[in-house]
Design a protein around this ligand. Structure first.
Ligand code: AMP
Length: 249
């Protein structure tokens, strides 16, 4: 069984994000970049399926400029077998990414596609769902457990009321939630080995996809600075401040 996983290059989650002074976007200059954490979970799940003998090949795909090859190599070091880089000028909006991924699915015919539930940079949470619509494949989003049984993917989903389990006919699309697994770290020998694993580069044109702008980014603003807290001397003072200053009681 072939598993396709997607990885998006985003600002490392430990970095404090800065906004450009003209508010046009987030400042990416000299910022540490990494695999989107939910995509790391997707890679880990695919690699575990391979280690369990369920998956025969794990193919990792990323869309974006040449720099995304760094994240593809990391995924290869984590255990994926080969990479596909779809080269575009910048990381395109979700619908364009989904259209490109749909073409890769046409070519590769994987039985399982695992994406992150959301990219932590734009928080879109829509690429997997769009891909399911474009490919007419069943989807199990926000997965906290994935089991392959009797030719179906049994996906346990984290929903408001608790956990919901759905049975998906294969081929299927799964998006990962935080509790699906705990990703491993890449070992040095595996980082070295990953350099020799195959990585194909394709363009949107070669895949027959026209990248269209459906949305326009108007402005990016940092969150309001938090006011410093204060210490109160007594419960009476606390109640007085909650009543008269914060006006919450
Ligand atoms: P989003 O819908 O943008 O929040 O992204 C959800 C998931 O779609 C991510 O966790 C990735 O697995 C995948 N994805 C989004 N953008 C890209 C990209 N440029 N390259 C590869 N995968 C992507």
């Amino acid at each position: 069984m072939k598993v396709l996983v997607t990885v998006k290059r985003v600002i490392d989650y430990n970095v404090k994000v800065r906004v450009k002074s003209d508010n046009s976007d987030v400042d990416l200059a000299n910022v540490k970049m990494a695999i989107n954490p939910f995509c790391e979970i997707a890679v880990e799940e695919a690699v575990r399926l391979k280690e369990a003998g369920t998956a025969s090949e794990v193919v990792v795909v990323s869309v974006g400029p040449k720099a995304v090859q760094e994240q593809i190599r990391t995924a290869l070091a984590l255990g994926a077998d080969r990479g596909i880089h779809i080269e575009t000028e910048e990381s395109p909006e979700s619908l364009n990414v989904a259209k490109l991924l749909a073409k890769v699915i046409d070519e590769e015919k994987p039985e399982l596609v695992i994406l992150g539930k959301q990219a932590i940079d734009t928080d879109n949470n829509q690429t997997g769902q769009m891909l399911a619509a474009l490919t007419d494949m069943p989807q199990g989003t926000f997965a906290s457990e994935v089991k392959l049984e009797d030719g179906k993917a049994m996906v346990t989903r984290e929903v408001d009321g608790g956990l919901q389990t759905v049975a998906l006919n294969l081929p299927a699309i799964v998006t990962t939630d935080l509790r699906l697994n705990e990703p491993r770290y890449a070992s040095l020998p595996n980082i070295m080995k990953a350099k020799r694993k195959p990585l194909a580069v394709k363009t949107a044109e070669e895949l027959g996809v026209e990248l269209k702008a459906h949305t326009q980014l108007l402005k990016v603003a940092p969150p309001a600075e938090r006011q410093a807290g204060i210490k109160v001397a007594s419960i009476d003072e606390l109640v007085e401040k909650l009543k008269n200053e914060a006006k919450v009681i």
